[in-house]
Design a protein around this ligand. Structure first.
Ligand code: COA
Length: 239
């Protein structure tokens, strides 16, 4: 990905959004950990682990994941990592931009694949010390979500922007940070004519609906009496 192009694009937006820098990574990892402390999906996945994941260890896992994401995905931040957005951006063509279309480069398919595999490896290591039931839950959740993406998006999935994560440190929420990060990415998606998709819990549907996303499907994850719902939301490019 052409960092120079992205930096210029972000600067021109005139918002306080930046690309991730190495000095922001610990703060961003901390925001990630704290933002998902009470997340229903995380609780579901770790519900019957013998040892619940420790917050301090999660920060290291998130730091490592952010390091890898920096190589393969767009990682936008506000306030030095208080709020973060992570997205996969597929090859796109910037016809309407002043810059040459060739100045925007996304990683090759094989680079993205290695990045994805590496991030999956991190997740695996994160869950390794845990009970087998936990791993089963995570594997089942991943399989169900992938089937939902395939059923609804098919081949299109490989051409769309995939918003993997949006989070704001609890002490910095409700200041418009996540909204501004999302708006920046959506502007980029619109310029390139690409749709976007993401998965989220029902509690976040309104946040994304306000920015043009619609719920197209949902999966229910159920195990031993606990249950969580995940929505698939899609936003088409607007001109
Ligand atoms: C969802 C989340 C990312 C939102 O982050 P945020 O930085 O607080 O988001 P914003 O401030 O841009 O907007 C959130 C809401 O606060 C409102 N808001 C924004 N500024 C505000 C202010 N100054 N005062 C009061 N409310 C405000 C926005 O209108 C928005 O309301 P809406 O959801 O009805 O549209 C954050 O709550 C979070 O990290 N949650 C945990 C992780 C998570 O669930 N992530 C999403 C996974 S899909």
């Amino acid at each position: 990905m052409d960092v120079k192009f992205l930096t210029k694009f972000i600067d021109e937006e005139g918002l306080d959004v930046e690309l991730m820098k190495s000095e922001y990574r610990w703060k961003a990892a901390d925001s990630w950990t704290k933002a998902f402390e009470n997340d229903l999906l995380m609780k579901y996945l770790s519900a019957d682990l013998r040892t619940p994941p420790e917050q301090s260890k999660m920060v290291y896992a998130h730091f490592g994941a952010l390091l890898l994401y920096g190589l393969t995905k767009i990682v936008l931040v506000i306030d030095g990592g208080a709020s973060v957005l992570v997205a996969y951006v597929q090859p796109i063509y910037m016809h309407d931009m002043e810059l040459e279309a060739s100045s925007f480069r996304t990683p090759s398919k094989s680079t993205r694949k290695s990045g994805y595999l590496a991030s999956q490896a991190i997740r695996f290591v994160e869950w390794l010390p845990s009970a087998v039931t936990g791993l089963k839950r995570a594997a089942d959740a991943n399989a169900k979500m992938e089937r939902m993406r395939q059923d609804n998006l098919g081949q299109r999935k490989d051409e769309m922007f995939w918003i993997n994560a949006v989070f704001t440190h609890p002490e910095h929420q409700k200041r418009g940070y996540a909204g501004r990060l999302l708006d920046t990415l959506l502007k980029l998606a619109d310029l390139s004519g690409q749709g976007c998709f993401l998965e989220c819990g029902p509690e976040n549907v309104a946040f994304y609906k306000g920015r043009g996303f619609n719920v197209v499907d949902n999966v229910i994850l159920e195990s031993e009496g606990s249950r969580v719902e995940i929505r698939l939301m899609v936003r088409e490019a607007t001109k």
